[in-house]
Ligand binder design. Structure first.
Ligand code: FAD
Length: 300
């Protein structure tokens, strides 16, 4: 029986581990990966103390900080279910079953899928959800980025340095990300912005060779070798059926990261708190750990 189980090792989960280690709690970390979305981010210019750092570099710094305390992460391991039965929290994963007195859910978000013909077939065969991870595979090639918000703009800005031509396929009438990023995208002469464009399917043989869209009232296929799907994120909260969530599926928390189930806390992008940012997730992770520590002291 652990004091605490932390689910997720992105900015929120890793920061929670640092605080838990410093409070000498007996804890376990279970995560799909280390770094979370921070490791997929391109250039980060808003994490205080670093005027500029890449996502993978910042994720590595987080991991080093956590390892300094000797924290071991069960990874890759997926949590399939969490519930509280009497005083025990029971966490079931694809590899085992664990028990604890408290838990912090810091499982963040995952990419939303397009749900068009060809998406499943060509996943990892030219179609990807991560420009940071897979962008370099498309050096000198024509690619499409699907989306119009910050994730799509971030992907375009990374790909400008790599690809030959980029089609930004956006379903609504204008780009919705940060104005600074929109300006940078418009400044590039290798980017074609296609607003009011709907993706109908992905084409290819062994690998992607095009994207079928409806644009300007016509159906057409744009020949591309790479497709980056950046149409938003879904909270990873499906494994916690007993927790209260909002309409988006985000776990509801109060100012001390408490959920509706005493002893289960949540932090970061998976929660209903506004603004999904690395610095906010990290701060929330620290608060969740301190709240779990207080809860343990009050309930021993
Ligand atoms: C392309 C992109 C660019 C971004 N750029 C910036 C930026 O410049 N500045 C900024 O501040 N923010 C940026 N963000 C947002 C930022 O990355 C997130 O707000 C932050 O990473 C959230 O941290 P988190 O720990 O809550 O969740 P995540 O980073 O999503 O981490 C969640 C963790 O939980 C694990 N997990 C998920 N489900 C399970 C499960 N069932 N079982 C076990 N483990 C699980 C995952 O493997 C992961 O380790 C960007 C995001 C993206 C996608």
């Amino acid at each position: 029986m652990y004091d605490l189980i932390i689910i997720g090792a992105g900015p929120a989960g890793i920061t929670a581990t640092v605080y838990a280690a410093r409070k000498k709690m007996d804890f376990l970390v279970v995560s799909g990966d280390i770094g979370g979305q921070a490791a997929w981010s391109g250039d980060i210019e808003n994490y205080t103390g670093y005027q500029f750092i890449t996502g993978p570099e910042l994720a590595l710094k987080f991991e080093d900080h956590m390892r300094k305390y000797g924290v071991m992460v069960k990874e890759p391991e997926q949590v399939l279910d969490i519930r509280k039965i009497e005083d025990k929290i029971i966490v079931k994963t694809d590899k085992g079953r664990y028990e604890s007195r408290t838990a912090i859910i810091a499982s963040g978000k995952r990419s939303r899928e397009l749900s068009v013909p060809g998406e499943k077939e060509f996943k990892n065969k030219g179609l990807t959800y991560c420009a940071t991870c897979d962008g370099p595979l498309f050096a000198g090639k024509d690619v499409a980025v699907i989306g119009g918000g910050n994730s799509a703009l971030d992907a375009v800005l990374q790909l400008i340095k790599i690809a030959r031509r980029i089609y930004l396929v956006n379903i609504v009438s204008h780009l919705t990300g940060d104005p600074v990023m929109i300006d940078k995208v418009h400044e590039s002469d290798i980017v074609t912005v296609m607003n009011n464009a709907k993706v109908l399917g992905i084409t290819g043989a062994e690998m992607v060779n095009g994207i079928k869209i409806r644009y300007d009232g016509q159906e057409r296929i744009i020949p591309v070798e790479g497709i980056f799907v950046e149409i938003g994120l879904i909270p990873n909260s499906h494994f916690a059926p007993d927790l209260d969530k909002n309409a988006l599926g985000e776990i509801k928390v109060d100012c001390c990261n408490r959920t509706n189930i005493p002893g289960i806390f949540a932090a970061g992008d998976v929660t209903d708190l506004p603004e999904k940012q690395i610095i906010i997730a990290a701060g929330e992770g620290s608060k969740a750990s301190l709240s779990a520590f207080k809860y343990l002291n009050q309930h021993r």
